[in-house]
Design a protein around this ligand. Sequence first.
Ligand SMILES: Nc1ncnc2c1ncn2[C@@H]1O[C@H](COP(=O)(O)OP(=O)(O)OP(=O)(O)O)[C@@H](O)[C@H]1O
Length: 417
Amino acid sequence: MTTQGTLLKSELRARLPENLPRRLGVAVSGGGDSVALLSLLKHIAQEEQVELFVATVNHNLRPEAVAEADWVAQLAQGLGLPHETLHWQGWDQTGNLQDRARQARYQLLSDWARDKQIGAIALGHTADDQAETMLMRLARAAGVTGLSGMPAMRNYQGIMLLRPMLGVTRQQLRDYLAKIGADWIEDPSNHDRRFDRIKARDALTGLSEIGISAHSLSRVAENLAQAREALEQITQDSARQVLSVDGGDICVDRAQFSTLPAEIRRRLLTGCVRWIAGRGYPPRQAATDRALLAIDQGEAATIGGCLLIPKADKMWICRELNAVESAPGAPGQIWDGRWILSGPAIPDAQVHPLGAAGLKAVPDWRALGKPRAALLASPSVWSGEVLVSAPMVGFSNGWLAELTPEEPEFHSSVLSH
Ligand SMILES: Nc1ncnc2c1ncn2[C@@H]1O[C@H](COP(=O)(O)OP(=O)(O)OP(=O)(O)O)[C@@H](O)[C@H]1O
């Protein structure tokens, strides 16, 4: 191995978990980065008795994709490694094409890994990718989380995604490939200035004059990733002190909450909102700031599908009735993104939010000590016009309302973003 190769190999090794899984996946598109990744990992795998498995995703978006996947298959075969091409069914015209293709890629790769009992998949993101990500996030005035960039390791549906090349540049990898006489596929979209990433790439070249480089920006990301870890720990500890979960709602001790630093309060609030109303994008900063002010002042507010309701010295954070999808749910299936209701078989049973009509049928709801609005959005079972069960309001009638099994334990879930 060349000296350069040995240096790159140790850079990669330092960013991989200490104990590599016995079966390791490598996502190879055929581009220079992932081809270099494969070559370097091959050396590491040989030294550590790790079996490598290669996969290429064909997004079926470009006619050349079939030939590119075949090219990678041959490359893998030449290295004596198993290869599989995974196919995306195509874009359903919803959302942004790039985002959807990326999501599909991770889904296909993780399904493949699970199927093959592969514990982790290595991806070829480089320091340049990290730097471009940082520049794009700077444009959105991101905070500590956004500016901690792409993580070097991340659990995706039980499979570890590894990015061991975040400390090396695209140019270093190209030089290495040229030295060992390896070939790769040049993606024409890498020069397409319609994409923000390509504009960020060009901008980075200009920034080198003031010493901003892919290396320096990816180091900033690493620094902030450590800061983020520390913040997450403090946030978890604070959550235990100032929040309590009551059914599907959260009750905040306002006096204690107000003593916390702004960043921790923001993290707690967005964590609560995501836990209650879903795991999509976090609420915008302006909405979060408005809601934090409302908590300070003990005023009602709404944020991201949740209601903030003051009651004595507490603030309740609950699901907003108007934000619950109006289509009825079925028992045994996930309703409103997080509840599963189960009980005696009733042919026409449907799950709805309790609503004002339902609450009327449960006269002693006041004894629960919870705000009325919180109860209105709670899950209930109906047979036609008849209320069968409202488990969160003490009228269970043999039914059980449980938070979905994927819903992790509150104190860690609230804070793990
Ligand atoms: N079609 C593909 N098949 C297999 N692996 C791929 C494919 N496309 C990308 N990858 C993997 O992802 C790495 C990063 O690729 P790229 O920078 O093009 O992704 P991206 O679209 O920026 O996605 P993201 O940054 O969200 O992961 C590649 O080095 C490779 O490991």
